[in-house]
Design a protein around this ligand. Sequence first.
Ligand code: NAD
Length: 425
Amino acid sequence: MSKLPSTPIYSCETYLMACKQFDRAADAINLPETIRDRVKHPRRAIVVSLPIHRDDGTVSVFEGYRVQHNLSTGPAKGGIRFHPDVTIGEVAALAMWMSWKTALVGLPYGGAKGGVIVDPARLTAAELERLCRRYMQELIPFIGPQVDVPAPDVGTNEKMMGWMVDTYSNHMGHLTPSIITGKPLALGGSQGRREATGAGVAYLISRYLEDMRIPIAEATVAIQGFGNVGGEAALALARRGARIVAISDYTGGYYNPAGIDVAKALACVASTRDLAAFDGGSAITNEELLTLECTVLVPAALERVITPEIAPRLRCRLLAEAANGPTTFAADKFLEEQRPDLEIIPDVLCNAGGVIVSYFEWIQNLQNYYWTRDEVMEKLFRQLEQARTAVERQRDKYKFSRRLAAQTLGIQRVADAKIARGLYP
Ligand code: NAD
């Protein structure tokens, strides 16, 4: 166990969960006590106050965060979440997971995450633009293409990244696309970035189904969350031949044993923002979706949805964690001990396609030399396959669960870099 007590500012269930995972992994690889606290705790956290003019002439002040967990292995990297329930502790946990993820897949990055307490659906487009710009403006002293490179996450998208690039570029006096990834193609975005996380999830699912000797054409899939990751994963899995039998978003779930028409569901979200008007399946709750009988369950919404109550009721063969932290520490322990028949692709591996193509986007921006979509996808799948192979080797060598294998690889690489750098001054 590390000795430094968790600072109360981060204290929340999601941060405690990330800390428990770290402690377990650090014990499993006998990480020296002298390095544990340095590897575990966030390097720094920035809290910003964000006043904006509302369309009615009043002023509202929002609160935002950026937590830079690790800067020792390169610029910090991680998305920005706009959500009414976001806390600095949740952002710190997500930043910690980014550190392990970038290290696991071999990217020259650290880990970070950002958040703003807001429901973006309750702002007009003009108000949202002002909030994005204000958030970026407040972060300018703390980020940069060689310091910290944000990206989209829950509640943020390409368009919002475009406003943020413009704000940063105006301050610098020249277009600086490498400040942010997941931006529009017109501003130096990468081919394939929008679909990267979902396409990566689908790739890994297909590879693990091969290992399990289940033809993808016989696989049924239930997906919780139908935003960037869930929607793109559904599309990519359907294209690979799987049958998507259930989807959901914050409005509820939709079940169709004959197969959801994914294109129709995506069109519904594109025109009305959510699935409330979707008529391609019968209504189910999000909890019913999680416990459906299916080959693959893909949580692609928020953290901690697979609880100790849900875990014993899972009826899938493969749990593909597209969301960050969807399985609580206790639920994971239960699955590891009681459900050897259930395969898990842990979040740090499963959703790493997003940050891999973000890295490709950043390289293209720095070089001003742009790649085709085929090049991006081929490199993405190759890098995911290397990470998958490394995880399977670690698993076989130490008899770890797949999650422990993935996390120990990431944590060890961060620790090695910190040890090699030494302690300054
Ligand atoms: P998003 O905002 O595009 O979509 C989120 C989806 O979850 C929406 O459909 C929303 O309605 C749904 N949702 C919200 N609350 C819900 C609830 N209580 N029950 C069911 N559904 C609910 O976000 P996203 O970018 O798709 O991110 C989803 C997850 O994937 C997050 O955990 C995020 O951190 C992770 N992730 C995202 C990326 C990326 O590139 N965007 C990369 C890696 C990991």
